[in-house]
Design a protein around this ligand. Structure first.
Ligand code: SAM
Length: 280
């Protein structure tokens, strides 16, 4: 096990770098080694896993991931943090299994990862972009078999929600296309510096096959977006523009075996896929 970062060392590092954590980049760094160990334990990595970590920041989580995986590829948007990370890692015990990519995770492709093919995602995601980053990675990296991410508590609830839940919505339905998603425990706000205004939660993901459908992923997601854009309306009304008219929406819904008077929050991703197949 590598020596992990504690609160005092984080402060010293931040001072050295003249770091002013920004809200825009969701820069809240974990200062509690116990939380970092817990994340790695719940991630349940194998020695042959290639891990992708988004937003390593000062390296709190990275230091714990390195001894637990074959390789760790980190993607950090902040050039100062990306530049400093190899130095911090070297200071904590040499590791030759780290690749640092200084880039925006929203824009990366597999080809940007220096030939590494990630099998697991483990990250304390930047909160303002956690859902789009997660969906982007699941889409561009089919090799990802599992994930353990820390996100804002409310987002964890939404990602893991199933049909019929009050918080089931676009993130839940889209994430279900790629993975079985579960909450994996709460994390209090005091483990971060600076302390954020919200609590966090762990979310575990296990890759699943997408629903069998003749519709494309984009076509299915277009139905999801339309259904939840007006979540109080019945599907017949919410999908009127998508289908052309409300009667056409009703015909498509009936052909898909879905009651036109229900709402999107009742539908599984499989039902959304069946509806997408019926687009007039
Ligand atoms: N993993 C570190 C930890 O636990 O202490 C830092 C986590 S902090 C919540 C989020 C990190 O993501 C920051 O280092 C921030 O600079 C980085 N970040 C923000 N937006 C990003 C993006 N679009 N792509 C890559 N990294 C990003």
């Amino acid at each position: 096990m590598m020596r992990l970062l504690g609160p005092a060392e984080i402060r010293i590092l931040a001072d050295k770098l003249d770091l002013r954590p920004t809200k825009k980049l969701g820069q809240n760094f974990v200062i509690d080694a116990g939380t970092v160990r817990r994340i790695v334990r719940v991630a349940d990595l194998s020695p042959d896993d290639v891990v992708i970590e988004i937003g390593p920041g000062l390296g709190s989580l990275t230091l714990a991931l390195l001894p637990s995986a074959e390789h760790v590829v980190v993607v950090e948007i902040d050039p100062v943090l990306a530049g400093r990370l190899p130095i911090t890692v070297a200071e904590h015990g040499a590791a030759d299994n780290l690749t640092v990519v200084n880039a925006d995770a929203m824009k990366i492709a597999l080809g940007d990862l220096s030939g590494h093919v990630p099998t697991a995602l483990v990250a304390n995601l930047p909160y303002n972009v956690s859902v789009p980053v997660l969906l982007h990675l699941l889409e561009i990296l089919p090799s990802l078999r599992k994930g353990l991410v820390m996100v804002q508590s409310e987002v964890a609830d939404r990602l893991a929600a199933g049909p019929g839940s009050k918080v089931y919505g676009v993130p839940s339905a889209k994430a279900a296309w790629y993975a079985d998603v579960r909450r994996a425990g709460p994390v209090g706000r005091t483990v971060f510096w600076p302390v954020p205004n919200v609590d966090s939660g762990l979310v575990s993901l296990v890759r699943r096959d997408p629903p069998t459908t003749s519709a494309s992923r984009e076509e299915v997601f277009a139905v999801v977006d339309a259904a939840f854009a007006q979540r109080r309306k019945t599907l017949r009304a919410a999908l009127a523009t998508w289908a052309g008219t409300a009667p056409q929406a009703e015909t498509a819904l009936r052909a898909a075996g879905v009651d036109p008077s229900t709402r999107g929050e009742q539908l599984t991703i499989e039902a959304f896929a069946r509806i997408a197949e019926q687009k007039p």
